[in-house]
Design a protein around this ligand. Structure first.
Ligand code: SGN
Ligand code: CA
Length: 507
């Protein structure tokens, strides 16, 4: 019996238990946020902020401490969520293309199997959704204030703050859904994407807090060719005006032209009269200026996250109030990780831990033991097969991930020991060389290609910050050979012909 069938049967038993207890298939609410770093979530031990409502999902269910994405960028991560496949298989390797929805999509299969399906919020896949009974999506990246919301046949500008609107649209749909069917609702949060515009009630929420600098903040990128050549530092890439709102252009900027006069006044009072004044009086330069930028970045980012956590709390309360909580699986995750100053960076993309790892918490009352913690390498290709498994629907041929429900039962015997990653988008934005690689529990081997070929090897136990590239160092020949062989095996298994060719040409 192969692993897939065995896993299906095992989780079938688990699922049968849940059905027995609750008599109908569970509902699913899958919240996927944008660029929300695990370093900013208190359930992950954050020193930066408290996120009580996101934490609650893990406390009443499970937290995955090594959930990983397979291409650390927005659109491709969503395409992988929908298909359970690597980017090279679902065709969506880069942002800002048109995702081909004429392929297997898990919500469409759930719909065929009697689920009501919905997607609210950020979609960011260029094409319109398929397989959904209800959808209200943001245009492209979406807007924080008074966003345009696209629905079937029309686009409407809704007044308000995007996170509140997404919650309101979600609960309004839940109010009127067909209650004879179970539902699967995917909520795509806009938070915490650049340029981090907080809700008015959260302006200044973290102003009295000083944030510790990550130990790698002033990284010199020694031994790492690609890392030395990127364009994503807080120092040089982060913009004072657009990102940090220092003397923002309230007259010409498309962002502020969407604001109501009251919203504009609140922003002006805070960012112009307070923050920009403070900036002007400080006359910071050099490291002091970079440090100030870092502080402002974190204050805005965490203020945006604060609204999201509050909204998730409201959603959980809605589920409690309506009695839906008992039979609804709730997931909170991000489309990838993000840099909160590690290596001096913001943004994502790299196979380094802060962008490879994404938060992932799941609650399923009566099935997942509260307070569970899973440290196995779980990937975003596993999300679609797991959601299907929860609904008792078999994943079709070609899906590359596997359901992680056995892990929640403590069955780790057949789980992967290594994961494969491949990032493509170059040069814009942020100038990150394309790369692929393998990560095991202990090591990471990365191959950069494109503008220049290079390898990197890390011992994650001795060097969790990934600053000592051991590739080519004496004493690591055996590990390197083993990792290369594992990498080649995964490339073959996942049918990544492009990576295969690169290794054939330059092993
Ligand atoms: C925009 C941002 C980038 C970001 C990409 C992708 N620039 O281009 O910083 O990396 O989106 O983000 S901005 O000036 O427009 O803010 S993603 O979440 O869609 O992958
Ligand atoms: Ca993103």
């Amino acid at each position: 019996m192969n692993y897939r069938i065995l896993s299906f049967l095992l989780t079938g038993i688990l699922f049968a238990g849940a059905v027995g207890a609750q008599s109908r298939r569970p509902n699913i609410i899958f919240i996927i946020s944008d660029d929300h770093a695990y370093q900013a979530i208190s359930a992950y031990g954050s020193r930066l902020a408290q996120t009580p409502n996101i934490d609650r999902i893990g406390r009443e269910g499970a937290i995955f401490t090594r959930a990983m994405v397979t291409n650390s960028i927005c659109g491709p991560s969503r395409a992988t969520l929908l298909t359970g496949k690597y980017s090279h298989m679902n065709g969506y390797t880069l942002n800002e293309k048109r995702f081909n929805t004429d392929q297997f999509l898990f919500p469409a299969l759930l719909q065929e199997n009697g689920y009501q399906t919905a997607w609210v919020g950020k979609w960011h896949l260029g094409s319109l959704p398929r397989g959904l009974d209800y959808w209200r999506i943001l245009r492209g990246q979406g807007e924080y204030y008074n966003p345009d919301i696209i629905g079937p046949g029309d686009t409407t500008r809704m007044e308000g703050y995007v996170t509140d609107l997404i919650t309101r649209l979600s609960t309004s749909w839940l109010d009127v859904r067909d209650t004879s069917k179970p539902f699967c609702l995917i909520i795509g949060e806009k938070a915490t994407h650049r340029e981090w515009l907080p809700d008015i009630q959260d302006l200044g929420a973290y102003d009295s807090k000083d944030f510790p600098l990550p130990s790698t903040f002033f990284d010199n990128y020694a031994g790492r060719v690609a890392a030395a050549d990127q364009d994503m530092t807080i120092d040089k890439t982060m913009r004072l005006k657009e990102d940090l709102k220092v003397h923002a252009d309230y007259v010409h900027s498309g962002i502020y032209n969407r604001f109501t006069p009251a919203q504009k006044k609140a922003f002006y009072d805070y960012y112009e009269n307070k923050i920009s004044k403070e900036f002007d009086t400080r006359h910071d330069t050099g490291r002091a200026l970079v440090r100030w930028k870092y502080e402002r970045y974190l204050k805005d980012y965490l203020a945006v996250a604060r609204s999201m956590d509050r909204n998730i709390g409201q959603l959980l309360e809605y589920l409690d109030r309506t009695g839906l909580a008992r039979n609804t699986v709730v997931v909170y995750c991000s489309d990838q990780g993000f840099y909160m100053g590690e290596h001096g960076w913001f943004d994502k993309r790299w196979m380094y831990e802060p962008s490879l790892r994404t938060p992932f918490l799941i609650r399923w009352p009566g099935v997942i033991k509260p307070g569970s913690s899973v440290s196995r390498l779980m990937l975003n290709i596993d999300w679609a097969p797991t959601l299907l498994d929860i609904a008792g629907v078999r994943s079709p041929e070609g899906v590359q991930g596997v359901s992680f429900l056995p892990l929640l039962k403590g069955d780790v015997t057949r789980w992967r020991k290594a994961m494969y990653y491949h990032y493509y988008e170059y040069p814009q934005p942020h100038h990150v060389y394309p790369h692929f690689g393998v990560r095991t529990e202990r090591y990471k081997l990365v191959r950069f290609y494109g503008p220049s070929d290079s390898w990197e090897l890390y011992d994650l136990v001795k060097d969790p910050d990934e600053v000592h590239n051991l590739y080519g160092h004496a004493g690591y020949e055996k590990e390197t050979a083993e990792l290369k062989s594992t990498l080649k095996g995964l490339i073959r298994e996942y049918k990544d012909r492009e990576a295969e060719k690169i290794l054939e040409e330059k092993p």
